[in-house]
Ligand binder design. Sequence first.
Ligand code: SAM
Length: 328
Amino acid sequence: MFLHCDKTASHYVRVALDKVFGMNNFQSEIVWNYKRWSNSKKGLLNTHQVIYFYSKTSDFKFNQIYTDYSPTTNIDQILQERERDKNGKSIYKKDEDGNIVLAKGKKGVPLSDVWDIPYLNPKAKERVGYPTQKPVSLLQQIIKLCTNEEDVVLDPFCGSGTTCVAAKLLNRVYMGIDLSTDAVELANNRLKELVVSESNLVKNGVESYVGKTDKELALLKSIGAIPVQRNVGIDGFLQQQINGKPIPIRIQKKYETLDDTIRALDNAKQTKHSDVKIIIQTNDNRGLFQLDTDAVVLPSNELVIKEKLKGIGFRVDNGGDVHKIGQI
Ligand SMILES: C[S@@+](CC[C@H](N)C(=O)[O-])C[C@H]1O[C@@H](n2cnc3c(N)ncnc32)[C@H](O)[C@@H]1O
């Protein structure tokens, strides 16, 4: 049960909801955080709303959602197992020979109760003009968290039908109720043609705005890897491990030869723990030395297409335009 409420009423609402659903069934107070620009009033700009999460009993469905590590996370924190010393202080775990112990496969950071999801901007494609309309991505996150495909989602105050749209997109069975016939009509129309505004923030995570380009993030996502920031040699790790060891990934940078990429990955100190390393090759500049590497070199889709086009007499220039070979 997810209930959204206005900040001015939140304390009273919480007391009332505890009475209805039972204090023990309260799970979380979710802060929906977004950016908004206004200089209209004296005081702090309000840029969040509160959503209360209650379950019916203590036995409720909950699908953990993982998010990327924050840019300030030290890469060793991701790779190494931790334990508490005798004073209760968290330390890196060592085995009896004093070697560090590698962490089991990590999927990222479990979703917290503060959600960064953009507010619908006035020109958003999905906006239908309903005054209290919520973004579909907010409802999708709620639905993913506590239901599986084909489960039933009910919104008894559905307004413009955002919950139903999100549920339909996620293959859930849905029901919406509203006392306004205009709202019901609007919701039914929205369900005929699903429109969602894509947000890079939601797609890639807040952390994506630091360090990595959209292209790099897309490449990492396409192979199910978790991006890491602030590391000169490594761009990410696969979610799977091999022999209990992490699999680091480096993407060849635009102005880097493959030799440079191989050196950068080899020099990253965290790769010495790994049996398998991956390089994603993005251009055909191998470099002078044509270095050997024990890393698995995967061509990016873009490079595969370039090579195929070359095979049939075309070349792709740096701007992405395609020319017949021999022509400028
Ligand atoms: C905050 S809006 C919901 C907006 C919705 N989340 C969206 O994204 O469009 C609340 C809705 O509850 C409806 N409503 C209010 N009292 C109701 C009642 N007793 N039974 C059914 N619907 C009701 C209103 O007509 C309004 O559309």
